[in-house]
Design a protein around this ligand. Structure first.
Ligand code: 6GU
Length: 250
């Protein structure tokens, strides 16, 4: 998968060299290219923003540097491979980023990220590229960040770990909270490892019972309990058929 990121803070994307995403890059599973938006300006001050039409506080990112940056990235792709990229625009006004969207994006060969700073990017940029590309404006939660770069890191990590061969153990995603399947819509429950006793605290007996059915039942109950406490909204939205009689007693 190819990933392009256009930003005024290329250093902000340094974490893409570390851990799971960094290893995927080193193995050639991810081709990540970070571009400095200011290198697509032509004035002495490398201006990327200006005051908003209609007045109001803050600054708006100018359309011209974004147009030049995106055109140059699209042109570079044509030379290499005629793939159609998806444009991902992280913004607090976007639709929520979910595991379902991560799965969808992980199936695409090429993602271009356009994270905004300031009050956002001139709307005409999204309209213009929306005519040629699939564009997703996405938010990573109900809070406001100073810019979309941290969201690019979040989205990239969520997508990269779904790529074939990136995660060591392919089974690791199976029980993920929000993964489709038997535990759909439940959060993962607690986990334990050795030693069997730590600071006077033991581990749930069932986990060393050797009884796989009982272990599965316990995990399911704990997942349900944790979801009820931390995310009652998920239980309410859940298909009643996905729950069972044990749940009603909890
Ligand atoms: Cl994607 N960007 C910014 N600036 N703030 C956010 C966000 C994105 N998602 C939640 N808050």
């Amino acid at each position: 998968m190819r990933l392009d990121v256009v930003t005024i803070f290329p250093e902000y994307l340094e974490p893409l060299n570390v851990s799971l995403v960094g290893k995927a890059r080193a193995r050639g599973q991810l081709d990540v290219r970070v571009h400095d938006l200011r290198s697509f300006t032509h004035d002495r001050h490398h201006t990327v923003d200006d005051t908003p039409y209609g007045g109001g506080p803050g600054m708006v990112m100018k359309p011209e540097p974004w147009g030049e940056a995106l055109d140059s990235i699209l042109a570079s792709g044509e030379a290499e491979r005629p793939a159609r990229p998806v444009l991902v625009v992280p913004t607090p006004s976007g639709r929520p980023f979910t595991q379902a969207l991560a799965v969808e994006l992980a199936e695409r060969p090429w993602l271009i990220f356009a994270p905004a700073r300031y009050e956002g990017i001139d709307r005409r940029v999204i309209e213009e590229y929306g005519e040629h590309l699939e564009v997703h404006e996405v938010s990573i939660g109900d809070y406001v960040l100073a810019g979309g770069e941290a969201a690019v890191l979040v989205i990239t990590e969520a997508v990269a770990r779904l790529l074939p061969g990136v995660l060591g153990n392919a089974e690791s995603h199976r029980d993920d909270s929000f993964a489709p399947g038997a535990m759909a819509d439940l959060l993962e429950g607690p986990v334990y490892t050795k030693p069997p006793e730590w600071r006077g605290r033991g581990i749930p007996e069932v986990l060393v019972s050797g009884h796989h059915g009982k272990v599965a039942r316990w995990r399911r109950d704990e997942a349900f309990r944790r979801t009820s406490v931390n995310r009652p909204d998920l239980i309410e939205r859940c298909d009643p058929a996905a729950l069972d009689k044990h749940d009603r007693k909890t």
